[in-house]
Design a protein around this ligand. Sequence first.
Ligand code: FPP
Length: 240
Amino acid sequence: MLDKNRMPRHVAIIMDGNGRWAKKKNLPRVAGHNAGMKTMKKIVDHSDKLGIKYLTVYAFSTENWKRSAAEVTGIFKLLVTYVNSELKELIDNNVKVTVLGDYSQIPQDAKKSLEKTLRETRDNTGLQFNIALNYGGRDEIRRAVRAIGEKVRDGSLLPEEITEDVIGEHLFTGRLHADAPDPELVIRTSGELRLSNFLLWQSAYSELVFSNVLWPDFSPEEYEKAIEEYQSRDRRFGGR
Ligand code: FPP
């Protein structure tokens, strides 16, 4: 049984297995992403119902540009479909959408729809839904190091003032950007046992839960099972 008093505040999900789901059904890969988008909607809703405060999903990595043009275009089309069809519901449900990653280079229409969504949900105070788009953990750390380096160069920060908190606040999840705490729970679907460059800094103490279910088949029930597994673990943060 889920313990409503011990819910993670922040859950992050690597939505993996769309391609394999499509292949099993003899469908094009984009059909797998389309089914994955529907699952994502359900998981956003369910996170809200469970009282989770932050949900982060890995929608597009810095490495995903290597996929075929048709697949890349298809994923961004789905992003437009998602934000356009869901904006009203997101607003009604008080969901705040943010992006982790540099989305300046994504297709224009996707960028426009996304910016509208960010703008219109900016002041919402319910679930914060972070979409990792053109996101890579190493790239994120590189950008933070660079921004900090610039502050040192212009004299607004001393090298000895570079603490873990200072690094954290320059990440996409930091106070200067999406402002989300570290995830207590990271879920990856489809049976792969890797982090694949997702939230490298932020997941230092996260519980990792792996589900064998392919993302399009991931259900609210599977989601609750993953949270139950998290709740069954004994978190010590390196102490005793
Ligand atoms: C991983 O499965 C999934 C992705 C790289 C894309 C995730 C996209 C969505 C869930 C839908 C679109 C929603 C937005 C907001 C853009 P995979 O393709 O790596 O699966 P495979 O490992 O089985 O090939």
